[in-house]
Design a protein around this ligand. Structure first.
Ligand code: SF4
Length: 114
């Protein structure tokens, strides 16, 4: 399973569900994104960042950080791909675009563990 190769394996999943309270979300989300995008250029992207993002898209996940993206950013994939994704291999980009096209209205309250 792709989850076995996740950089966030054995990390408290709460980190990936930042509090929505104003002033607290950004700092917590940035801590989570360090796992996804790497702490520096040498570390690079999480080895399963595409699989993680696809999982969230295919399950219409409306909560949390998946593939380094918030729910709002995942919704935004319909109009614009983030820079890190544009630099991925064409097959990964195609898979994400296919998943975005197949995404329908989200189901509030549905939540999966990472
Ligand atoms: S991309 Fe997904 S699996 Fe990888 S660290 Fe981020 S949340 Fe975890």
């Amino acid at each position: 399973m792709w989850q076995d190769r996740a950089r966030c394996l054995n990390t408290n999943t709460e980190l990936f569900y930042p509090p929505r309270r104003k002033g607290q979300y950004q700092e917590s989300a940035e801590e989570a994104r360090k796992f996804c995008f790497g702490r520096d250029e040498d570390e690079g992207l999480c080895p399963v960042i595409i699989e993680c993002l696809l999982f969230a898209l295919e399950h219409e996940e409306v909560h949390g950080i998946w593939g380094g993206l918030s729910s709002r950013e995942r919704s935004g994939l319909r109009t614009r791909l983030p820079k890190w994704l544009q630099e991925c291999d064409p097959e990964s980009i195609r898979r994400v675009q296919d998943a975005v096209v197949g995404t329908t209205e989200a189901t509030p309250g549905h939540q999966e563990e990472t």
